[in-house]
Design a protein around this ligand. Structure first.
Ligand code: NI
Length: 276
């Protein structure tokens, strides 16, 4: 399949980023590390709100409606965790979606434009699945801080247009590849109305390749408010998700959307963890 070299390239690039020390669990490169907005405990957006397709008529009921997704959760009162999946849609993203829907777990998918071009139907399916959020992870997954500012801006803007055109959903979250961003890229996100969302816990699924190891390394990093980075382009991650969900729930965590865990966000501001 044509996607294989690209997946390999992304994996290789991730490895290079690791060696360069820029793909840690808690991106030290974020300029702000600022607290997410805390002033809107009443402003929690229902998990499914962002996923209502606004695209072409007749597409809204293409996906069978799963069980009602989790209602809006107040993450200042319960222990919340948000799952995020980057770099897809991949060949097995549909399997992951089935798992999430069955477990009634919301999630956010930070889509890479090149992958959306390969699997537009899957991008649309994610967007139309209640509880799921599609978000921006650039067109080609470059290190944005190491390319010309104009190129970086194009990476962010072009993917926004692509996702919105493909899914009919407005993109509200941006994640820079490797967590690498700067004032210029933040300004682009701000202009597009997107909050910059990094992460506070990593599944390390670019480093480990068994479901058991993914679960083992992820769980100790979790605390109330955690935003978990995983990748739906790795089969071992997709296999790990059911166990991860079960173990998180057994520890008293509620799995929520980015909207629930972050509350109201400011475009261009950076968020590494949610309310707790
Ligand atoms: Ni990525």
């Amino acid at each position: 399949m044509t996607s294989t070299p690209r997946l390999a390239l992304i994996t290789l690039t991730c490895l290079i980023a690791l060696l360069a020390g820029c793909a840690q669990n808690q991106p030290g490169t974020t300029p702000s590390g600022q607290s997410p907005t805390r002033s809107t405990s009443t402003g929690v957006v229902p998990s499914g709100a962002s996923t209502s397709p606004t695209g072409p008529a007749g597409t809204t009921s293409a996906t069978p409606s799963p069980s009602t997704p989790a209602k809006a959760v107040d993450c200042t009162k319960v222990k919340c965790v948000a799952l995020t999946f980057d770099d897809g849609p991949g060949p097995q993203t549909g399997t992951l979606l089935d798992t999430l829907v069955k477990a009634q777990v919301p999630a956010t998918f930070f889509l890479v434009g090149q992958m959306v071009e390969e699997r537009p139907a899957m991008a649309k399916r994610i967007a139309q699945t209640p509880g799921m959020t599609v978000a921006n992870h650039t067109m080609t997954h470059p290190m944005l801080t190491r390319i010309a500012a104009a190129k970086a801006a194009a990476e962010i803007t072009k993917n926004t247009r692509l996702i919105q055109k493909t899914t009919g959903v407005k993109v509200r979250f941006f994640r820079p590849p490797y967590g690498l961003h700067n004032k210029a890229t933040d300004a682009v996100a701000r202009t597009l109305g997107q909050a910059v969302v990094v992460w506070s816990a990593g599944a390390l699924d670019w480093q480990y390749d068994t479901p058991a190891k993914i679960v083992q390394v992820t769980l100790p990093q979790i605390a109330a408010g955690s935003i978990v980075l995983a990748h739906d382009v790795h089969p071992w991650t997709i296999k790990a998700v059911p166990t991860l969900i079960a173990k998180l729930r057994a520890r008293g965590y509620t799995l929520v959307s980015l909207d629930d865990i972050l509350g109201k966000t400011r475009p261009g501001a950076t968020y590494a963890r949610g309310r707790h």
